[in-house]
Design a protein around this ligand. Sequence first.
Ligand SMILES: NC(=O)c1ccc[n+]([C@@H]2O[C@H](COP(=O)([O-])OP(=O)(O)OC[C@H]3O[C@@H](n4cnc5c(N)ncnc54)[C@H](O)[C@@H]3O)[C@@H](O)[C@H]2O)c1
Length: 331
Amino acid sequence: MNICVLGAGSWGTALGMLASINNEHVSLWTNEESVYKDISENRLNSYYTKECPIPDNIFVTLDIKEALEGAEFVIMAIPSHAVREVYSILKPYLDSGVVLLNAGKGLEADTGLRNSQIVAEVLGKERADKTVFLSGPNLALEFARKKPGCTLLASHAPENAKLAQRVLSSEILRCYTATDVIGMELGGSLKNVMAIASGISSGLGFGDNATSALLTRGLKEITSLGVLMGAKRETFYGLSGLGDMITTATSELSRNYRCGLRLAEGKSLDEALKSLGQVAEGVPSCKAAMILCEKYGIDMPITREVYKILFEGKDPKLAVKDLMLRDYKEE
Ligand SMILES: NC(=O)c1ccc[n+]([C@@H]2O[C@H](COP(=O)([O-])OP(=O)(O)OC[C@H]3O[C@@H](n4cnc5c(N)ncnc54)[C@H](O)[C@@H]3O)[C@@H](O)[C@H]2O)c1
């Protein structure tokens, strides 16, 4: 098939590499001159995917119209803060027969909306229902280095999820399909908040007891919100829930985990983000989660404490103390 990937950051580039295995032609759109130049001249995207060579059948361009020409399958790999803008840019060029796959994670900070809701607002409900959403325990750099892993493809149009499975599956990536878009998006977005919490915990010198407690209780609060929002409980125990949580909350390759480590060192949020140099989706998603807590009348204690550390300058040590000494309760 003819594939187009929008966004040549870490994830877009890795997905382009994965799509290039089964498909003759992959066009990769970037808005960064330096990335365009590096790929065209050196067949590398050194900033985002380091030493990994860009396959010959990937064609890079700065022109979105050119990227979409003849595309039958479009992959969107843009962070949540820019996803609405890029869907609006894409809208006039998107033919009705083209299948869309959203590969980004995260919730819109000021609205609490999931990517599927943004697709519905910008491109219409019919298009959102046909879109495939991808999420799982996926570190881009590992795939770029050809290390194997699995992911989940959820859609209200199962035939499109199956098509995406054929487009992306290989001995490096095994894809499963599902229909619970809400559960998958929430798991994939809110685990990043737990990854920040886990980084803070490690940065404060706490041990494995604390990490396990955070992740188990964190999954519990994400699941409670998700079920209230109409998601299936079992989705949170699968690849896009527990699976993604394990990867993101324990790996030094995870930017959200590293963001937590820096906060524990006493850095401000701005300093922590600057030193990462790339997006940490847990930050906007944490803000969005507070909107959802209010809307659905639920408390998410770990998420709330991470919010206070991120946006109210709360001392992480005090946040831990407050979590530990809350009212006693049943599991
Ligand atoms: N990096 C990973 O391992 C990974 C894995 C799975 C999912 N994701 C998700 O994929 C999404 C993208 O993450 P990433 O790691 O590739 O981020 P990144 O910071 O590596 O790259 C972001 C890309 O988006 C582009 N971009 C940003 N704003 C833009 C705009 N306004 N218009 C056009 N392009 C714009 C940048 O130029 C860059 O190419 C995020 O939602 C992330 O959570 C990332």
